[in-house]
Design a binder for this molecule. Structure first.
Ligand code: HEC
Ligand code: HEC
Length: 189
């Protein structure tokens, strides 16, 4: 091997090992991203992490995660608590302000979770629905669940009772594999 050839070999070897190292780093990087999105994929929405919210908005029903509705829906709901689905759910001004801030800061727009994105995409731009169970995404996902399992089921009564059927609901998991309908068991579609 003459000197020129040896020099060329060295250059090729250096480029080769750089490429291998580069690929390894790239892989690690991608691995991390994959792990991150897998975490978000396992849960459908971010769990509730505010004790005041859980107490005040979880006393009459399931404490819905803020990521289940857009900010405009939460704002509208918090401004009309005196007429809340036929109930008076009014709060003192300070609590109302704190909970509105919590809901808006964690609304569907702010969340990278899959159900948040799908609910948001299913709502028309100008609309501000107050019921999660009336959004197009929710209706699409539940249209095969018969009334006798919901309204006609004394142990459930309403689609608003997420936690009655979704065993992982309080953790933010709505995977159909976690569904156990009281009185009926696993759902087979
Ligand atoms: C005094 C009882 C009461 C309190 C307190 C209360 N709610 Fe409700 N809420 C209701 C009733 C009743 C419904 C209708 C449930 C149904 O359709 O079965 C409802 C429905 C809802 C729904 C719609 C559920 C759906 O998708 O159909 C949301 C969202 C909601 N409440 C959010 C809140 C928030 C946020 C708070 C706290 C600021 C709160 N609620 C406090 C009584 C209450
Ligand atoms: C009567 C029982 C019942 C109630 C109450 C209920 N669900 Fe469901 N939900 C189901 C069933 C059953 C499925 C799966 C439907 C299918 O596979 O066709 C489902 C599917 C879903 C999915 C899609 C999951 C996936 O992996 O595709 C989401 C998200 C969801 N529910 C959210 C909610 C929320 C939020 C509430 C409350 C506002 C709620 N559900 C109330 C029974 C229920």
């Amino acid at each position: 091997m003459n000197e020129r050839k040896a020099g060329l070999m060295t250059v090729i070897m250096i480029i080769g090992s750089l490429a291998i190292a580069g690929a390894a780093i790239g892989d690690d990087d991608r691995g991390e991203h994959r792990e991150g999105s897998r975490l978000n994929r396992r849960l459908d929405v971010a769990p509730v992490n505010d004790a005041l919210y859980a107490k005040e908005c979880g006393s009459c029903h399931f404490a819905y995660q803020p990521g289940l509705l857009p900010a405009r829906s939460w704002k509208k709901m918090m401004e009309t608590l005196d007429k809340h689905f036929g109930d008076n759910a009014e709060l003192d001004a300070e609590t109302q302000k704190a909970l509105t801030a919590y809901l808006v800061a964690n609304s569907a727009e702010t969340s990278g979770y899959k159900a948040s994105a799908k609910i948001l995409n299913s709502i028309k731009d100008g609309d501000a629905p107050l019921a999660i169970s009336k959004t197009a995404y929710f209706v699409r996902k539940h249209h095969e669940v018969p009334e006798r399992m919901v309204k006609g089921n004394d142990q459930v009564k309403s689609f608003a009772a997420c936690g009655k059927c979704h065993t992982g609901a309080d953790k933010g998991s709505y995977d159909e594999l976690g569904v156990v309908i009281p009185g009926f068991g696993k759902f087979e579609d």
